[in-house]
Design a protein around this ligand. Structure first.
Ligand code: SP5
Ligand code: ZN
Length: 343
């Protein structure tokens, strides 16, 4: 399986995130990619390719122009006001029930276009966000060219981002951009299987009223985990998209046995849907020692997860999402890929 990667993510670094009453270094950092590349090499993966550059138009098929302009301009605007020392983040969030309009102030834009305190902007953020899309679209091209599988090894991740909202370390929804691109190139149906520990609220929202993309997610239940307000099983799609959104929430402490049952339910729904391509939003923050997660998957379990997905026999594009237990992240991620290949 070809692994597509770019070093251009590195400048998205140096910000901090809130953990209860403390500011801690971001769990979503450049070292994650180094760990994954090293583990893939250690497991014998040799087919690495650099990302090629793509135009903004594929991003604009999924995200609004105002939102994309914000992503590009946020840091320069912030820097002009506060200098280059810190990072840009919002002070207020949506004030439900009243008309809300962003203006030329960067604060208004951050308030309008972000939904939490986990999407800081620094000098290298926009370059990294674009590189993640380049990685994803280069890997997507592999599938279009007839490859049975490809791995977009990208950061920052994407599944919490929707058409005009960034959050949860996510700015542009890489998997959604891949899905829309495949549809635009002639595919009829795309399935997105989201195995990140967190519910992919952004991906769900983007495709919620559509039947040409099936979204299926196994994640921690909203009563116990971020993003807290979405990811309930009762969210099954709307309008023409009714029946094409499948949420499989699980409790904290879930181990591989119960996890695998939920995964099997998602895979069986995907099989029945008959997609042209399967996109896997690949998060391994389901690992027992993940600092952000609360499930209990062990390192060998990720081989099983990869093999279970492989049994569908679909052209499969893996797009990297979360996973923050840096010591095991590489092996856990590589195990999904190796398990997929071994079947
Ligand atoms: C892509 C992705 O995995 N984004 C995750 C964003 C998580 N944001 C922080 C959640 C903090 C609350 N949970 C702390 C639980 C500690 N066990
Ligand atoms: Zn996650």
């Amino acid at each position: 399986m070809r692994v597509v990667y770019s070093d251009a993510h590195r400048g998205h670094d140096g910000a901090k995130e809130m953990r209860y009453d403390q500011m801690i270094p971001m769990c979503e950092n450049p070292g994650r990619m180094d760990a994954i590349v090293a583990a893939l090499r250690a497991q014998g993966h040799r087919d690495f390719a650099d990302a090629r550059p793509f135009e903004l138009n594929s991003i604009l098929r999924v995200h609004t122009p105002g939102f994309v302009a914000f992503l590009e301009q946020c840091w320069p605007l912030w820097k002009a006001e506060f200098g280059a020392g810190g990072f840009a983040t919002a002070y207020t969030f949506g004030m439900r029930g009243m008309e809300q309009q962003p203006n030329e102030s960067v604060h208004s834009m951050l308030s309008c276009y972000t939904f939490d305190v986990c999407v800081p902007f620094v000098k290298g953020t926009w370059t990294a966000v674009r590189s993640a899309v380049d990685v994803t679209l280069t890997a997507t091209q592999e599938i279009t060219n007839g490859a049975t599988a490809a791995f977009a090894l990208c950061r920052p991740p994407g599944h919490h981002a929707s058409s005009d909202l960034a959050g949860g370390y996510c700015y542009v929804n890489n998997a959604a951009v891949a899905a829309q691109t495949l549809l635009d190139q002639g595919a009829n149906r795309i399935a997105i299987l989201d195995i990140d520990y967190h519910h992919g609220n952004g991906t769900q929202r983007i495709f919620y009223d559509r039947s040409d993309v099936l979204y299926a997610s196994v994640h921690a239940k909203p009563e116990q985990e971020y993003p807290f307000l979405m990811g309930y099983a009762r969210e099954t799609g709307a309008g023409g998209g009714e029946g094409f959104n499948l949420n499989l929430p699980l409790p904290l402490g879930t181990t591989i046995a119960a996890y695998r049952e939920a995964l099997a339910a998602a895979l069986s729904e995907i099989r029945a849907y008959g997609p042209d391509v399967l996109i896997v939003s690949l998060g391994v923050d389901t690992f027992v020692d993940d600092p952000v997660g609360g499930f209990r998957l062990e390192t060998p379990d990720f081989l099983t997860v990869g093999a279970d997905i492989s049994a569908l026999g679909l052209p499969t594009l893996f797009v990297m999402e979360g996973g923050y237990a840096i010591a095991a992240l590489g092996t856990n991620t590589a195990n999904v890929i190796t398990g997929f290949n071994q079947r």
